[in-house]
Design a protein around this ligand. Structure first.
Ligand code: DGL
Length: 283
């Protein structure tokens, strides 16, 4: 006989995370830190990246195929970790999905608006994300002025592993000097609007004007997912290690070599990437 007075064990959510490649593992990393008690299915479309230089129609086509795959695998909530896919195709993804979808742009924009005192922020991302003006729309909706700056060299530099490298630092100096010029001089927030940029956050911290707050869309998105699931997000800090944490179960799907994904993924996730399945999505 069911015992109605027994407290119900909270169900473990099954969260699908989609990205064009390994970059979205920075979002998965933030999710796992805040919501460890969950099953994660991560899809990296490594055979077709980069998305950042592709058209909206192509990105939407690829992304819809991938999220359908995640849903067929049992994902009950979808996180679009890729800034480019969120910026260019969130509407199409939502229309095709039968479950709740959370992208990275809105949480990032909301966190930036909350952090800014001057009401001016700078967003950096891929060419496609910047050209879509998705961040601009989201931030202007929150009454914040925006300077968008495409930084296309950062993705290949990070993938090369040059996260602390003189060349990356020089490139960052040039990009940020352009970004914070003229009427964006008094901007006080820098939004990392690309999956790869959290890996160069320490370098950007050094190069960006000192008073600048850096908002990482990965962190803000993890908090938005916790809110959606009505779960109290854990703090990712060192002292939080003592909090009672569940153990996440991680499963990965990649459209290019599983071995390559495993190697590169470990660097982005900061945890061993073990179970990787190669997926061939038919065009
Ligand atoms: N994941 C992409 C983003 O966040 C960067 C890599 C790519 O261009 O595919 O915009």
């Amino acid at each position: 006989m069911p015992n109605s007075s027994r407290p119900r064990t909270p169900l473990r959510p099954k969260i699908g995370v989609f990205d064009s490649g390994v970059g979205g593992l920075t979002v998965l990393r933030a999710l796992v830190e805040r919501i460890p008690d969950a099953d994660y299915l991560y899809f990296g479309d490594t055979a077709r990246l980069p998305y950042g230089s592709k058209s909206a129609a192509t990105v939407a086509h690829y992304a819809v195929g991938a999220v359908r795959y995640l849903q067929d695998e049992g994902a009950e909530l979808l996180v679009i970790a890729c800034n480019t896919a969120t910026a260019l195709a969130l509407k199409e993804i939502k229309a095709a999905a039968g479950v709740e979808v959370i992208g990275v742009v809105e949480p990032g924009a909301a966190a930036a608006a909350a952090a800014s005192r001057t009401g001016k922020v700078v967003v950096i991302g891929t060419e496609a994300t910047m050209a879509s003006h998705a961040y601009r729309r989201a931030l202007e909706g929150l009454k914040v002025e925006v300077r968008e700056k495409a930084c296309p060299l950062f993705v290949p530099l990070v993938e090369e592993g040059w996260v602390e490298h003189a060349v990356t630092e020089q490139v960052a100096r040039i990009y940020l000097a352009e970004a914070f010029s003229d009427d964006a001089r008094d901007a006080d927030v820098l939004v990392l609007g690309c999956t790869h940029y959290p890996l160069i956050k320490p370098l950007l911290r050094r190069v960006a004007p000192e008073h600048m707050a850096i908002v990482d869309s990965a962190e803000s998105t993890a908090r938005a997912v916790a809110r959606q699931l009505q779960i109290e997000a854990l703090r990712p800090s060192a002292e939080a290690k003592s909090e009672r944490r569940g153990v996440p179960v991680l499963k990965f799907f990649a459209t290019d070599s599983a071995e390559k994904f495993r190697k590169m993924g470990t660097r982005f996730l900061g945890l061993p990437v073990e179970e990787v399945l190669h997926v061939d999505l038919k065009e």
